[in-house]
Design a protein around this ligand. Structure first.
Ligand code: CP3
Length: 362
């Protein structure tokens, strides 16, 4: 049975031999902690401003609008796969797309990030968060159908924002360094906070299900800003909602990746939340991360994205350190410790993929 056929029985558009080849890819094998011919590699934010071909097709089209055009999403998602020979594609979208789809007034401001018109601060504000249905995001289903046909044997990763990271934007009204309003709700009105995160868990689960049913063969939950939390607060006030998301998609059998930045103290809990693969930023070496996460999970990471601004020799040295630290792991997917920075030279990324493939060939 293919792991890509979900509980609803909906069949993705790809043919059976193609689905088998995807399942046998280095990326999915590493997620399942099976032997691999080489360490698979992809990059968070591999599509985007580091690529001149991205800047060209995005010209004059606002970010959120570009996420709603299936042909454009397909082209942008494929660009880094063509250029860098990465082992997986990541669906081009943004974590706030499902919130926009249910009618939240928000925009993505260039150079700033998501900005929410009416921040959620009271119980009455929760009414803004209705359930997400597949019809709300028909363009996602359509784009993934186009993509899986084009991608051939390359797996497609679907993704969503985790409840805490989404809540940080919704409560603050935009990007924040301190999360003072979100944390004030978490500490001061724990029941409202729990209800908010539970609503977001429902929306995120529905959004991931749409992507898996359309043909995504792995999913990543981005809890980018969870590193702002103490472990006890994460466990009590955030982990239940993220665990609910992982449980909701468990029946599909696709690998579930869980990532955040500055989460060294949370790695064990992020695995416990229900992930199959734990993403690690550059602050914790992978052998130490494996001790913190414990057995039964693959790890993803963790080259510092700023290393790509250094010389080719320095990139190779630092990439080798990551591979060496990962040598004893049950499964390793090479990635950066956070997203590709927009001013990165794309040739450095292409070279890094080649280096990781060659150096790790077994
Ligand atoms: O290739 C890929 O990795 C897929 C693309 C992707 C985007 N957003 C596209 C995007 C992914 C995985 C995201 C997730 C996302 N969005 C996260 C979690 C990942 C992370 O980086 O921690 C977060 C926190 C957001 C919220 C967000 N959206 C921010 C902070 C920004 C940057 C604002 C800016 O202009 O600097 C965005 C906008 C955004 N999302 C861009 C892209 C390519 C830039 C907009 C543009 O190209 O005009």
């Amino acid at each position: 049975m293919s792991a890509n056929v979900g509980p609803s029985g909906h069949q993705p558009t790809a043919t059976t031999p193609q689905r088998d080849a995807v399942q046998d890819s280095a990326f999915l094998r590493a997620c399942r902690r099976e032997p691999v011919p080489h360490t698979p590699v992809w990059f968070m934010r591999q599509a985007g401003r580091s690529l001149p071909e991205y800047r060209k097709v995005r010209e004059g089209i606002p970010m959120l609008e570009s996420c709603m055009r299936p042909e454009l999403v397909t082209e942008i998602t494929l660009q880094p796969v063509r250029r860098h020979n990465v082992d997986a594609a990541i669906y081009f979208s943004d974590i706030v797309v499902p919130l926009k789809a249910i009618g939240i007034a928000l925009d993505i401001k260039p150079g700033v990030g998501p900005v929410v018109e009416n921040p959620i601060r009271t119980r009455a504000d929760l009414a803004q968060l209705r359930d997400l249905t597949p019809e709300d995001v028909g363009y996602v289903t359509e784009a993934i159908g186009l993509l899986t046909a084009e991608l051939g044997e390359t797996p497609l990763i679907g993704f969503a924002g985790a409840p805490f990271t989404l809540a940080s934007y919704l409560v603050e009204g935009g990007p924040s360094r301190t999360y003072e309003n979100a944390k004030a709700m978490m500490y001061g009105d724990p029941q409202l906070w729990a209800d908010l995160l539970d609503r977001l868990a429902e929306i995120t689960s529905a959004f991931l299900k749409v992507q898996i049913e359309a043909g995504a063969s792995a999913v990543q939950l981005f809890d980018s800003w969870a590193g702002a939390l103490a472990p006890a607060d994460y466990r009590r006030s955030v982990m239940p909602a993220s665990a609910k998301v992982f449980e909701a998609v468990a029946p599909y059998g696709v690998p579930r990746i869980h990532f955040g930045v500055g989460t060294g103290e949370l790695l064990g809990l992020m695995g416990e939340a229900g992930a199959d693969v734990v993403g690690v930023d550059w602050r914790v070496p992978l052998d130490e991360a494996a001790r913190r996460v414990g057995p039964g999970k693959a790890l993803q990471g963790n080259l510092d994205p700023t290393v790509l601004f250094a010389s080719r020799e320095a990139v190779e040295t630092k990439a080798r350190e990551v591979l060496d630290a990962a040598a004893g792991l049950e499964g390793h997917i090479f990635n950066l410790g956070h997203g590709v920075m927009p001013s990165t030279n794309p040739d450095a990324l292409t070279h890094l993929v080649e280096y990781v493939h060659t150096r790790s060939a077994r």
